[in-house]
Design a protein around this ligand. Sequence first.
Ligand code: GDP
Length: 474
Amino acid sequence: MPDTELLLPVQEDPIAAIATPIGVGALAVVRISGAGAHRIADRVFRKQGGGEAALSASPGYTAHFGRLYDGDALVDEVVALVFRAPHSFTAEDMVEFTCHGGPVVVQQVLKLLLDHGCRLAGPGEFTRRAFLNGRIDLLQAEAIGDMIHARSESAWRTAVSQMKGELSEKLAALRESLLHSCALLELELDFSDEDVEFQGREELAMQVEALQQEVGRLVDSYRHGRIASEGVATVIAGRPNAGKSTLLNTLLGEERAIVSHMPGTTRDYIEECFIHDRTMFRLTDTAGLREAGGEVEHEGIRRSRMKMSEADLMLYLVDIGTSDLAGEVAEIRAVREAHPEARFIAVASKTDAVASADELIGKVREGSGAEVVGISALEGKGIEELKRRMVDLVRDLDKLHDASVLVTSLRHYEALRNAADALQNARELIARQADTELIAFELRSALDYVGELTGKVVNDEILNTIFARFCIGK
Ligand code: GDP
């Protein structure tokens, strides 16, 4: 946890937002935060039984039963929970009103608070304040967003680990040793006339190598982390009419996961997920591969190729009744060769339409050396087996339980890769006995990249992208 508990937070202008989903429910929460939040609450809240101390005079972590009034007009009966700076989520003065859970009631409560001096909060503004006040670091703020968006148990679990600060602790230790080396090198620069070395170059090289390994482990964890948080990237490939779309819909069928498009990510194609046996698969149909010519098609093909190269698992569909089985066998070999990283299943489709499916499947298996599963989407045959094989094949990729800290976001991955590159440059410079200044420069930039992750070094653009993913009220 950051150590700013003792510092008084900066209290910004009071904001208000509905913190619970819109809809009919037993209860809903409207929260306010910022300078003067307690005084605004006083203006609209009357304690049950009247009299007594106002909310602004109440200690933190106390709950008060009462009513909200707009002048003399009763708005709702609520429980007000008082938080005092810095002991609140935002580290500012806060009040959470638990009111009745009807959409109109909640809107009225919000309107009342806006009328009395609050401003409507932007997306993620509460969490942003928590970050700016040092209550949480950027990784933890992002983890809160990931947790809200988690669509599977493993995604939720990694987000919880990140929220607890496990990745932050690891990075803090990294930063610490980098800072130490940077400081010594910079001291040398200050004394450059005297030609002193505060840190032996051999020792420095060893330290940099150790750091590089540490960063490397985090970079490598991204594949597992991405799978844990976003699911196994699964590409369905094959010739036109092989039955790809039909399979996609069959797989998504009952187990279709709710997928929301997340603003701030660069996904501009549609992907859908399903969860089987606790493993989440993120499916992409390479429909774009079927067309050729024209700029739009080219773009589609380019993207499909890219998806294939990023696949963790590839399902290659072959219409088992095709007149060109030999051509398909050759294609399976070519695709496997081109994507050695991906796990692979050849799916023999439309087994209902041929008399001798088993024999033909045997031919494909022999000819291609690939695992082949026969299916008939029409009759619903082979689908369960296919799902079982999909899970078996990627089980080791979802190594969530042995890896303690995982990198799950592309932002973190890229920053860490940049840090690793800078460390590599530093090592090469040390080996070449280059100027201290050059080595210090590389170490300093590695330090900055690590700082970007936790938010020690941050710019508004990064913050805006991160918090745009949040809903209003978080
Ligand atoms: P895509 O071009 O690879 O996406 O193929 P589609 O999913 O659009 O399927 C092409 C055609 O094959 C359609 O007319 C489907 O109805 C048919 N089809 C798909 N799966 C099966 C199946 O299991 N059995 C039979 N008989 N036809 C199928």
